[in-house]
Design a binder for this molecule. Structure first.
Ligand SMILES: NC(=O)c1ccc[n+]([C@@H]2O[C@H](COP(=O)([O-])OP(=O)(O)OC[C@H]3O[C@@H](n4cnc5c(N)ncnc54)[C@H](OP(=O)(O)O)[C@@H]3O)[C@@H](O)[C@H]2O)c1
Length: 239
């Protein structure tokens, strides 16, 4: 329930049709949360919406590049027009590429900063305004452990996820007295079809289930999650 009015909260999930995003959408839809599902791929979004309980209240925003600030602001405007409020953001957009610094070139650096860091910045900037006006909000980004310390072949990925962690800390500090929290999650390898096909011989029993990360996100965006802010939380264990 939303703290302010007792009605269902409104949560924006970005990357909503992705592996983690769709798990977050299903987890929240099952709790009666009103959802704003944001995605690149409109077709994948429609398919996801068709698989949800009929009673779900959902606004679909497809064909959107989250790295574009104007598009993010428009998505927030559509959210407010439909639901009149925006309680939380669960941002799962991001991507992964590897390679040694002397071989990959600056293109990969720019691409991963665009995909991981610029997206997180743009959507944060857009959602903060209505949250500040309401005096309540929850923001969760998805970073990764290399954002704390890079390994070989991870320069661009690690630096771009490090940027997400620093962004999260700054948002938390700027909004500490406004009842708005910002946290990010550092998942271990997520059990996805793509990872299974890329690493066919891996021991998958240490991988993290998207549904378990979705539950953690569910707590962080709840009113009770207000006790946690500015954190980079490892999600590497098992339920
Ligand atoms: N998978 C892992 O093992 C792992 C480990 C640690 C951290 N993470 C992080 O966890 C998050 C979720 O991972 P995942 O495996 O669920 O990824 P995923 O399945 O690729 O989902 C990401 C979704 O975001 C969309 N997207 C990408 N760029 C976008 C943009 N600029 N605007 C709008 N939508 C965009 C993608 O659409 P398109 O496919 O159409 O581009 C995709 O549907 C990511 O931030 C990832 O970096 C993943």
């Amino acid at each position: 329930m939303s703290e302010a009015t007792g009605t269902s909260p409104v949560v924006m999930v970005t990357g909503a049709a992705g592996n983690l995003g769709s798990a977050v959408v299903r987890e929240l839809a099952a709790n009666g949360t009103r959802l704003v599902c944001v995605e690149h791929n409109s077709e994948a979004l429609e398919k996801l919406a068709d698989s949800l309980p009929e009673s779900s209240e959902i606004l679909l925003i497809g064909g959107m590049d989250l790295a574009d600030l104007t598009s993010c602001q428009e998505a927030v405007e559509k959210t407010l027009a439909r639901f009149g409020r925006l309680d939380a953001l669960a941002n799962t957009v991001g991507g992964f590429q590897t390679g040694p610094v002397d071989e990959t070139g600056v293109h990969q650096w720019d691409q991963l900063f665009h995909m991981n860091a610029r997206t997180a910045y743009a959507i944060s900037a857009a959602v903060l305004k209505p949250m500040q006006q309401a005096g309540y909000g929850r923001i969760v980004h998805v970073a990764a452990a290399p954002g704390l310390k890079a390994g070989a072949n991870q320069a661009a990925y690690a630096a771009s996820k490090g940027a997400v962690i620093r962004l999260t800390e700054a948002i938390a500090a700027e909004n500490r007295d406004k009842r708005i929290t910002a946290n990010c999650i550092l998942p271990g390898t997520i059990d996805t079809p793509q990872n299974r096909s890329a690493m066919p011989n891996a021991k998958t029993n240490s991988w993290v289930q998207p549904t378990d990360i979705a539950k953690l996100i569910g707590f962080l965006i709840s009113p009770a999650g207000g006790i946690v802010t500015g954190a980079a939380i490892p999600a590497t264990g098992r339920i």
